[in-house]
Structures are given as C-alpha cells and as structure tokens.
Design a protein around this ligand. Structure first.
Ligand SMILES: [Zn+2]
Length: 250
C-alpha cells in the first residue's frame, strides 16, 4: 500500500553507493524508517540526496511495519539553509531532534508535535543577526522541549507542588524541580525528594508562567535549559548527546 505524508528527515545514512536509509518524522504516521533506492544518483524521484531536515511530501510503501518502508517519492521543499551558518541554532535543532527521535515510537502519530517541530525549525532558521539571537534560539528550544513532553504525555506539573498540591506563588521562599516527581516541589516537601534541583525565583516564575519564556533573560533560560537537560537525562537514563553543546557560560 502506498502512503502519502508530509515528512521531515531526522536521520540519513548512506546504505550503498547510490542509496540511503532515511528516518522521517511524518505528520500522519509518526516516525518511520525507509530505504531510498537511488537517492544519491543525479536523477531520482527524491529531488537529490536526502539530508538532515530535508522536508516535503513523501510517498512510501509500508506493507510490513516490521521491516523498512520503501520511499518512492520525495518532493523536497526549500530547506532550512540558514542553519548551516548558525552553529548554535543548528545545535539546538539537532538537540530537539535527538529528543524527538528518542522519545517517540515508530508509527505512533503525533500531528500536533509534527507541526510544532516544523515551526521550531522554521523559527530557528530565520536569520536575525541581532545580539539577542542566541537567547531567542534557546527560548525556542525550551518551548519545543516542553511541547514535546506535553505531546508524549509527560508534561511536568509546573503550577503547584506535585506533592502537597499547594499552588505556586512568588512568595515561596524556595522551589525545586524533581524529575522523579515530574514537577515542582515546595520547601515543605523537598526533604522527601532526594532527586531534585533548586530553582532561582526567576526560573520558577518562568516555568510556572510559560508565556514569560520568550522574554526571559539568557541567564534564566540557561538555568531552565539545565533543569530540562537533567530531566531528559533521567527520562532517557543517559545524558542526551547534544546536551553539552547547548548551555553556555557555566
Ligand atoms: Zn509541597
């Protein structure tokens, strides 16, 4: 059976002189791996060699989900070319992709996550050349990471203490994030949660009011990103490979 879908390449490996094995995150089918026979030949049905973040309409046959699908067409749209000359934006996109790839299953559709992922790549690819660009890109990554957690059903509790359910308030003298509890922990409860990180007032405010992320200063965003890296490390039982390229100046 031939299936049409919208897809973003999240991994491309050489298979032979002329062919590739490609993993796509697709809108309707979720993550799929396919063999693209002849994709490296000058003339193919795939508009040229398939690269990381190549995006467009695909057609594939998935007669048996246990084996590789066969890619039959790929109509590539203009890619995210500015990422090539903005290393930090590229690293943020690669990090987001690593998390997406590790936390979703094959043939498990997440259309809203697909839309958020595409939006994240488009926004990160937009050339701004302002002093503020690194901060803005980090904010985009944090928003995408939280969307990913929400879409896979692991959104942390961020508006109240996960343990005693008391609503967060800016009067809290201390606040913590615990990965095993999946959310915020207040001072009264923190002793019961050995696995936790203490949050500054700014980071706690920002995490409990996600609209503040886009406008937050770089120091606060770096702190939040470190909390998320700790959380993803716990979820994956190992540090994500790209994490070391993201947080700076600490
Ligand atoms: Zn509590």
């Amino acid at each position: 059976m031939l299936t049409k879908d919208l897809a973003i390449c999240i991994r491309a490996l050489d298979y032979s002189e002329t062919s590739q094995i490609v993993t796509f995150f697709t809108r309707a089918a979720g993550k799929i791996s396919a063999i693209a026979k002849g994709s490296k030949r000058p003339k193919s049905a795939f508009d040229g060699t398939i690269e990381m973040f190549s995006f467009g309409k695909i057609v594939f046959s998935d007669s048996n989900k246990e084996t590789l699908a066969v890619l039959t067409e790929f109509e590539q749209q203009p890619g995210f070319t500015h990422l090539r000359d903005n290393l930090f934006a590229l690293n943020c996109c690669l990090f987001g992709t690593e998390l997406l790839s590790n936390l979703t299953n094959d043939y498990d559709p997440h259309p809203e996550l697909f839309d958020s992922f595409l939006q994240f790549l488009e926004n990160a690819n937009e050339r701004r050349e302002t002093k503020d660009e690194g901060r803005r890109t980090l904010a985009l990554l944090i928003v995408f990471q939280l969307t990913l957690l929400k879409e896979i059903g692991l959104m942390p509790v961020l508006n109240a203490c996960v343990n005693c359910k008391n609503n967060f308030s800016t009067d809290w003298p201390q606040s913590y994030f615990s990965s095993s509890a999946n959310g915020l922990i207040c001072r009264d409860c923190e002793a019961s949660f050995p696995d936790k990180v203490r949050l500054t007032g700014n980071a706690a405010n920002c995490l409990t009011n996600l609209k503040m992320i886009a406008e937050s200063d770089e120091k606060t965003l770096n702190e939040i990103e470190k909390v998320l890296i700790y959380h993803f490390t716990e979820l994956l039982h190992r540090p994500p490979k790209m994490a070391k390229h993201i947080t700076r100046g600490s």
